[in-house]
Design a protein around this ligand. Structure first.
Ligand code: ZN
Length: 228
């Protein structure tokens, strides 16, 4: 593996800083983490370097069990288990995690690839991978074909979260837990430019930003609607 000198130096500096300034003053916390993990949620998101789940959610190590790939995709169940399915199954059965979040994001390169597959000619593996978002593409073609690219790009991110939630629900390990009401599924979209996270409300059928109520509780406000 080759690293550009600048990057590896920066990473080495970061490792040293973490060990001496973060780990050293939180030894008890990391000592407890070494005993085991009880994460609160499975967090499925894109590999995009601008998405930092623990920063976004202000969570500590041990709280999020993270699954990442291009386009926050959940491949459907097949006889050949995917890494995503195996990881989710482990979280549900091995760690008894009660929540699964699929978090898409604005300006997603994978979703741009869904809209413009002709630009993927030198990326055959990406093209094959995005077959799992073919249903998302179909929704855009059917309902948003007349809209400009920027609008389609915004909508495809939202629609893909919903399509991947469907795939998630259909995984046998998730379906079993849903049947027993032992897991809840959530669809989010993170807007990089504003820091806002939109949460899908299945009753209103739209993504709505989280607002803090006067008593400090979280509530949903009016948000992104997806006209059809
Ligand atoms: Zn992305």
């Amino acid at each position: 593996m080759s690293w550009r000198g600048f990057d590896v130096h920066k990473l080495h500096h970061g490792l040293h800083q973490f060990k001496t300034e973060v780990h050293a003053i939180n030894e008890e916390f990391f000592g407890q983490l070494a005993q085991g993990q009880t994460p609160d949620a499975v967090f499925i998101t894109c590999s995009d370097s601008r998405i930092v789940p623990s920063l976004l959610t202000q969570t500590d190590p041990g709280q999020l069990f993270i699954v990442r790939n291009a386009g926050n995709i959940v491949p459907p169940h097949t006889d050949a288990s995917s890494g995503e399915e195996a990881t989710i199954e482990y979280a549900l059965e091995g760690l008894n995690v009660k929540n699964i979040i699929i978090c898409g994001h604005t300006k997603c390169g994978a979703m741009a690839g869904v809209l413009q597959p002709e630009k993927l000619t030198n990326m055959p593996s990406v093209e094959k991978w995005l077959v799992h978002a073919q249903k998302t593409k179909g929704i855009i073609d059917q309902h948003y074909a007349d809209l400009d690219f920027d609008y389609q790009h915004s909508v495809v991110v939202q629609e893909n979260v919903l399509v991947q939630l469907e795939n998630l629900r259909a995984l046998p390990c998730v379906a079993r837990k849903l049947w027993k009401r032992e897991v809840e599924l959530h669809g989010w979209v993170y807007e990089i430019e504003t820091g806002e996270v939109y949460v899908y409300d299945p009753i209103d059928e739209e993504f709505e930003p989280i607002r803090h109520g006067r008593d400090g509780s979280l509530e949903l406000a009016d948000g992104l609607s997806m006209p059809r």
